[in-house]
Design a protein around this ligand. Structure first.
Ligand code: 5GP
Ligand code: ZN
Length: 113
């Protein structure tokens, strides 16, 4: 767990968040700067820097993000939603601890709209 990782600090409880779900492997919390009426992040507690750092041993854990995220989206009233993972600074990744964005609650069009 790198000391300077924002999401590791959130996982440790050092930085407060609007938490939606937590178990021993995964945490989900609302994005601080929402881009849609429903916008939250689903984050594995294991520090993995991004999609391109996912190892074979992480496959089940990363799949779990989908299952947990879908359940929360439904609870938040967003049956239709978008899933986004950013990989690398030029793709808009700001936090280098892998996280799945879930966006919903408004009409979304095209891959980036
Ligand atoms: P990225 O651009 O790395 O894919 O996404 C990082 C996300 O984390 C951004 O959407 C940003 O708004 C969110 N974020 C950054 N700092 C915080 C924080 O301290 N708390 C919460 N809840 N979200 C944050
Ligand atoms: Zn981390």
């Amino acid at each position: 767990m790198p000391d300077d990782c924002l999401f590791c600090k959130i996982i440790k409880g050092d930085i407060p968040t609007d938490k939606l779900f937590e178990d021993d492997e995964v945490i989900a919390f609302r994005d601080i700067a929402p881009q849609a009426p429903v916008h939250f992040l689903v984050v594995p507690k294991k520090h993995i820097s991004g999609p391109s750092a996912v190892a074979a041993e992480d496959e089940q854990l990363i799949g779990k993000l989908m299952r947990v995220g879908s359940k929360i989206a439904k609870q938040e009233g967003a049956d239709d939603f978008r899933v986004v993972f950013n990989n690398g600074e030029r793709a808009g990744q700001l936090v280098f601890h892998i996280h799945m964005h879930i966006l919903g609650g408004r009409r979304l069009t095209g891959p980036l709209g």
